[in-house]
Design a protein around this ligand. Structure first.
Ligand code: SF4
Length: 138
């Protein structure tokens, strides 16, 4: 399964809230699948199976600055790519490489509050506090 890097954090903090009903259903199905077996995850920095049900996933106009990156993308693709980079660096994982989900969970244990805040503090879901609680226990 392909997962964009910053969604590794989103998966941990998900509590059934999201951008639409379709997004929430899809996210719940993906999380159930990921948790039910130790899936091999291909880490990416492009739209993934979570994005496919998101109302923010757009066809990028050929005039767009993102057109060189992907024919489709998030409406805030540049911003989320930056998050993908930060999460990948913080976990020591690379785009295009495969990891067992259990390996990724082990790497998540090394995320401390400073790293977490540096990556997530500008996210719209940050203030709810669920992600921080689940990822670093605060
Ligand atoms: S399309 Fe954008 S906002 Fe939607 S899930 Fe993907 S990265 Fe997140």
């Amino acid at each position: 399964m392909q997962i964009r890097a910053h969604h590794i954090f989103c998966i941990q903090g998900f509590i059934g809230k999201g951008y639409s009903e379709q997004f929430i259903d899809n996210m719940e199905n993906i999380i159930e699948k990921i948790n039910s077996c130790n899936l091999l995850i291909e880490v990416t920095n492009t739209p993934d199976c979570i994005c496919t049900a998101c109302p923010k996933l757009k066809i990028i106009d050929s005039q767009s600055e993102n057109a060189k990156i992907s024919p489709i993308g998030c409406e805030v693709e540049t911003k989320v790519k930056m998050l993908d980079r930060k999460v990948a660096d913080s976990l020591g994982i690379d785009f295009g490489k495969h990891y067992l989900y259990s390996e990724i969970l082990k790497k998540l244990k090394y995320i401390d509050e400073e790293k977490f805040d540096n990556i997530c503090s500008e996210c719209q879901w940050y203030s709810l506090g669920y992600c921080k609680k689940r990822i670093i226990g605060i």
